[in-house]
Design a protein around this ligand. Structure first.
Ligand SMILES: Nc1ncnc2c1ncn2[C@@H]1O[C@H](COP(=O)(O)OP(=O)(O)OP(=O)(O)O)[C@@H](O)[C@H]1O
Length: 253
């Protein structure tokens, strides 16, 4: 269960942007969609504690990470958030294993045996053991995404925040990786907030979806039992294939 109320105004010279967002959700996967610049990434950063919130609340599974009225503001490391960014933000000079272990290590101490075992189990789970000592630039896009997902899960997060997790991949890879992500979320049982521009991500992965516009929630759709009309009204229908596109798609299958 997540319960959010996020109010903040960012200023950059004459520019200002106000996020004023409130929502509650029981979804296992909550999709967040909306136009470019609507405030989706900013909302994720505010949940993680990476963007300032002047007024509001972030409660995840009953744990209060932020409550400005009660003067509670947990620092970022205590929020137990797994983050996956659009371009994965892997450290190019570190091996795959060191990237996955990054949040568990301190520069002055070695990885504890239990943490090392967890990292190795994650590498095995995501099929990355054979490339544990490779640098990220020697991996494919899909493998890099798995490294980022393994890193996000290594700290045993209470919430996973995924910002456009498929955007850096070619469209053919998205279908199997979406399936893999759905499996991972179900396996780990950790709630997910997924920011995406891709309607198919929402249709395949999310239980609920919120449409954000100019920093506010414009629509909150329950996808589990939404009728085709409700989906269409929320702009959540994939473009239907024309006969020609269907013919070409069949040739590629
Ligand atoms: N530090 C800042 N100061 C002022 N405005 C900012 C700052 N950071 C972001 N913004 C503005 O906040 C708005 C929301 O940005 P955000 O990155 O959340 O958009 P988004 O919905 O994730 O867009 P996209 O889909 O293009 O990634 C944008 O208009 C952006 O220019």
């Amino acid at each position: 269960m997540i319960d959010l109320a996020l109010h903040t105004t960012l200023r950059d010279g004459p520019r200002r942007f106000t996020l004023d967002l409130a929502l509650r959700s029981q979804a296992k996967v909550l999709g967040v969609y909306g136009a470019s610049g609507a405030g989706k990434s900013l909302a994720l950063q505010a949940i993680a504690g990476l963007a300032p919130v002047t007024e509001g609340r972030v409660v995840v599974n009953g744990r209060v990470w932020l409550d400005t009225a009660q003067r509670v503001n947990q620092p970022v490391p205590e929020r137990r958030v797994g983050l996956l960014f659009q371009h994965y933000a892997l450290f190019p000079h570190l091996s795959v294993r060191a990237n996955v272990a990054f949040g568990l290590t301190r520069w002055w101490q070695r990885l504890k045996p239990a943490d090392a075992a967890r990292v190795d189990a994650l590498l095995a789970r995501f099929g990355l053991s054979a490339m544990a000592h490779s640098r990220p630039d020697r991996l494919s896009g899909g493998q890099r995404q798995r490294v980022a997902l393994a890193r996000a899960l290594a700290c045993e997060p209470e919430l996973l925040l995924l910002d456009e997790p498929f955007a850096a991949l070619n469209p053919q890879l998205r279908v199997p990786l979406r399936r893999e992500l759905a499996q991972t979320c179900a396996e780990w049982g950790v709630p997910v907030v997924l920011v995406t521009h891709d309607v198919d991500d929402l249709l395949d992965l999310a239980d609920e979806a919120v449409l954000i516009d100019e920093g506010r929630v414009l629509k909150h759709v329950n996808l589990r039992d939404a009728s085709p009309d409700a989906l269409a009204e929320a702009g959540l229908q994939p473009e239907p294939d024309t006969p020609e596109r269907a013919r070409r798609r069949a040739l590629l299958a």
